[in-house]
Design a protein around this ligand. Sequence first.
Ligand code: NAP
Ligand code: SF4
Length: 702
Amino acid sequence: MSFDEPKKNFGLESGNPVASGKNTTFPFLLSPIHVGSHQLRNRVMMGSMHTRLEMMERSIERLALFYGSRASGGAGLIVTGGYAPNLEGLLDENGPALLTQEDADTLRPIPQAVHDAGGKIILQVLHTGRNAKVKQPVGASAIPSPINPKVPRALSTEEVWATIEDFVHCAELAQRAGFDGVEIMGSEGYLLNQFTVIRTNDREDEFGGSLENRLRLPLEIVRRTRERLGQSFLIMYRISAIDLVEGGAPLNEILTLAQAVEQAGADILNTGIGWHESRVPTIGYVVPRAAWRFAVARIRKVVSIPIIASNRINNPAIAEELLSSEDADMVSMARPFLADPDFVNKAATGRADEINTCIACNQACLDYIFSERTASCLVNPKAGNELEYAVLLDRKSVTKKVGIIGAGAAGLACAITAAERGHKVTLFEASSDIGGQLNLARKVPGKQEFDALIKYYRIKLDVLGVQVKLNCSVDANYLFKQQLDHYVIATGVLPRQVEIPGSDKLKVVNYVDLLSGLVTAGQKVIVMGAGGVGFDVAQFLVGEKVELSESYDAKSIAHFQEEWGVDPSENSIGGIKKSLPQIISREVTIVQRKPEKMGRRLGMTTGWAIKSELSRRNVQMLSGCTYERIDEQGLHLTINGTPQLLKADTIVICAGQDSVFDLHLDLKRLGVFSTVIGGAEQAQELDALRAIDQGTRLALSF
Ligand code: NAP
Ligand code: SF4
């Protein structure tokens, strides 16, 4: 196999849209592209994402609305969530599968909705292999997965050949349903990936041992699918561009597979980054934007078909940079299309700054899916709830005067939604800026993406003509005199005080004062309270704040690779280093009273990375504490009946919040009705997701 560089431009006149006279801000991104026998209207793909919409009632209607609205928003190509080609390949016992002609006919409204909106859609065929949450998972070998307690059964040789036929049959059914093609899922450590690497394949038949044998399964699937479905059916193969696990594929094997997949008949390659069991974050907010372009670029050099870059591409500028530098031919975004279905249309009409950016929090998408809920989006609660919101949006309403007090997440969401509905909105904010608690979140290392959300609200308030009154602390009498139609109290929360003898000492500070820079911490710090904020504060105390760049930032990517042991060198196996560096920083201890494991309530898909970062910085975590008193030396406490002294220069209280809703009560006394939302309504479990959803829904009820 040779790795010489092929030439290509895939439909760009003279190879460069700028040279060809196209004059848009994102000329590469918005140029059509030839893929196989298809022409896509632009170079933006909405990548595959499990949504669990399939498990809801009226699921097909929901899926058609979900994908149809993303096609209306301009996505050039859409890939569905994964459908299993047989029962052994299910995600879990209730996971989606495409097995019969009846299944195919049921799916018809989905591609139809996308085609009606001028888009194209392909169905992902996914066999989860040893990761399947089913009674008896199967795999290349009986080697257990670190993320599934069930030991897989190795497929027999005959069963592997039958699995190949199941993939092809599934593709035939996708064609029958009206899809433009399939994505054959060969990355993220699922079945095909389990066959291609020695980490999970110790077989001795024609599917194990030599590289040729290990690649036989995916290549036979691609070859037979092409043979059976003809040239007009789009075949995309998702290749693992870097496995990020021990015993993963070395670069030469990845490049060999890419070339062989092309020769077997694939029209286009999509890329996956890391296996699900990898201990390197691949899509969370700690990953810099476009961090994985190097892994895509090196495959692009050796194939003639287009290749798609994925993971942490969340704005059109960075996507354009990837394409114009010829590191990739298309970009894939999944979560950004949850955050804003109109991503492409906004980029194409000079409104890129109005795109609601995915902040990579995973809170309402992946964390929901892994806890068996339907995917939605923190910044866009309409995502996944299109059916319910369609009813709310249909509601007729006459223009009203709305006053919203508090410009945190809940108040902001309410203000822009009400203004979009044509209401006359005034937003009162006591402080000098909008954002509320979002301004604190953005101070935490890695969470700078929250800036994008604040920026989005700032622009929308301006575009929609919301009257924003900053430094404006209003009382009930003032509001009463305004004679508004609706009053919304979104006055948020205050940090909860603790009642421990000595808690009035100077060394005791609250998290708001610390994060907002009013106070600084000493060298030895105790963080009291181990909720999301306690962990945020610990990261703030020991982490290194790397500024988030709008465009590609080699320095922050090098820092990320160092921190997480990513090895981009050509000789690495699986793309990772053997051990992670220990980092010297402040001495920090997090304490909590509950005896439960620390960080249990952190996000499922991000909590492990936060804990890994903190433990490498030697942050201590103590649960089951009884606090006795605070004095000059530090915190006196008892653990398992043993009294102890934790010495500290600073003690940061992160004990939750109390709601601030006095204004609601004052208005009530004047006989004025107001609605309380966000943290002001419920401080417990306060989070931006609930606040934004509540604010949005309320505004749609006016
Ligand atoms: P929280 O999750 O309610 O945690 C408060 C912590 O303070 C608990 O560890 C609690 O543990 C302790 N505590 C409560 N009352 C106390 C008292 N009187 N004295 C001493 N300790 C006390 O609140 P939070 O950390 O402020 O987070 C608020 C919300 O923000 C959460 O719902 C979370 O979803 C969200 N958030 C999430 C993240 C994330 O996932 N990364 C980040 C930030 C915020 P003990 O009672 O056991 O001591
Ligand atoms: Fe992005 Fe967070 Fe929305 Fe998921 S929930 S799509 S990560 S903003």
